[in-house]
Design a protein around this ligand. Structure first.
Ligand code: RIB
Ligand code: CA
Length: 311
């Protein structure tokens, strides 16, 4: 058995975040040190309650959840409830208690600094929490093995505006801080995700009836909403693909680019701009996942969701 990878997941559940948490827990590839929540797809109250709801579903309440930022560093919060539903999990209306701790940033710093060896930080939502942690104590970068970020688009159009992917769009200033940080960074972009769609029928393969029915209630509305908005016939798997990059990097095509985040443009705010010139800048080269094998991901997703978690 390979040694499990120590990770911290920052997330804004969100339907695809929920599937990503299911994959991260059931894959048995990770020691999840904590879940930190951020406002993004929906409010911090909903994202935090939803994270707890999903861990309850997975019988994984040994994993602590710390709630964080309620809004971006600058400006107002833009949510995606038109995609993820009023409460953020499709047609589900979680009734579990909302337990806000408001300490995600301090907990991130504590966990990273206290860890006996470098830890991987995975961000599945806007980068507000991680940006604040870096601003508060940049020494954490010395004990981070890799920051894996779901966000951005290089050759693909945006999905929140014509130019910007949602996570970056919600907090471009935070994204600029993280992408400039002196740490190994991997960006899982819309280029890597847009060709992968999970039809509702795919979730029929989940053997655990409670997990299957909950996942389908989350995904059904998510597909309906994106069908109207993006004429897509299946669920986009942005966040599960980000987790999958860590599970099966061999299924991923990675390029290196110097990437800037636009924070000022009237029409381009939140755009991730890679220097694709013949002689590019190399001030801040990051790893960018440009493609992930869809069939491998789809079969592995169900393989892992159907295995028991080894605590
Ligand atoms: O653009 C997709 C990303 O924005 C995903 O993380 C989704 O959950 C939303 O947060
Ligand atoms: Ca997300």
């Amino acid at each position: 058995m390979l040694k499990k990878r120590d990770i911290l997941i920052d997330t804004d559940p969100g339907v695809d975040d929920a599937i990503a948490l299911m994959l991260a827990v059931r894959s048995n590839f990770f020691n999840i040190q904590a879940i930190t929540t951020v406002a993004g797809n929906t409010s911090i109250e909903n994202t935090t309650r939803n994270a707890r709801y999903v861990l309850d579903l997975l019988d994984a309440n040994h994993i602590p959840i710390y709630s964080g930022s309620t809004e971006p560093l600058i400006g107002k919060l833009h949510t995606a409830e038109f995609v993820h539903g009023t409460y953020g999990l499709g047609s589900l209306q979680p009734k579990n208690e909302i337990q806000l701790t408001h300490d995600a940033v301090d907990q991130m710093i504590r966990i990273i600094k206290a860890h006996p060896h470098p830890i991987t930080v995975v961000t599945l939502g806007p980068l507000t929490n991680l940006a604040k942690a870096i601003q508060q104590d940049a020494s954490i970068l010395g004990n981070i093995e890799e920051v894996v970020i779901m966000g951005g688009a290089i050759e693909e159009a945006g999905n929140m505006t014509r130019a910007a992917e949602f996570n970056i769009y919600v907090d471009p200033e935070a994204a600029a801080i993280v992408l400039k940080a002196d740490v190994r960074k991997t960006l899982v972009t819309l280029d890597a995700c847009n060709h992968v769609e999970l039809p509702l029928s795919h979730f029929d393969e989940i053997k655990d009836a409670n997990l299957r029915e909950n996942a389908k209630k989350m995904v059904e509305d998510y597909i309906k909403n994106t069908l109207e908005l993006e004429s897509e016939s299946g669920a986009k798997a942005y966040d599960p693909l980000t987790i999958y990059y860590l599970i099966n990097p061999a299924a991923c095509t990675v390029k290196e680019y110097d990437v800037l985040v636009e924070t000022k443009g009237e029409h381009t705010r939140g755009m991730t701009i890679a220097d694709r010139r013949k002689v590019p800048d190399k001030n801040n080269v990051i790893r960018v996942v440009m493609h992930i094998e869809a069939d491998l991901f789809k079969q592995d997703l169900m393989k892992y969701l159907n295995q028991e978690e080894i605590k």
